[in-house]
Design a protein around this ligand. Structure first.
Ligand SMILES: [Fe+2]
Length: 92
């Protein structure tokens, strides 16, 4: 059971990192709104990880953190807006 929860902690951390990567990508491509939304999601995922962390400790288990997979650098699904106008008015 603890092994499964530890694995879930890793998944939540990965999700948080993924949203952070999304935020960085959006920030660098001029989509401030998407960047802000992604940061909110990132915090939520890290909060999930913390809840599992606290639960394992409260139950007397041992939290074991594993390596977190790096999120992708390129996010082609976020380029669907190409050809449209960015928030600052510049055409992509
Ligand atoms: Fe989550």
């Amino acid at each position: 059971m603890v092994k499964s929860i530890n694995r879930q902690i890793n998944r939540e951390m990965y999700s948080g990192c993924f949203y952070m990567a999304m935020a960085a990508y959006a920030e660098n491509t001029g989509f401030k709104g998407v960047a802000n939304w992604s940061i909110v999601q990132m915090k939520e995922e890290f909060a999930h990880a913390q809840k599992f962390y606290e639960y394992v400790n409260e139950q007397g288990g041992k939290v074991v953190l594993e390596e977190i997979e790096a999120p992708p650098l390129d996010m082609p699904y976020m380029r669907r807006g190409q050809g449209k106008v960015r928030e600052d008015g510049e055409r992509l």
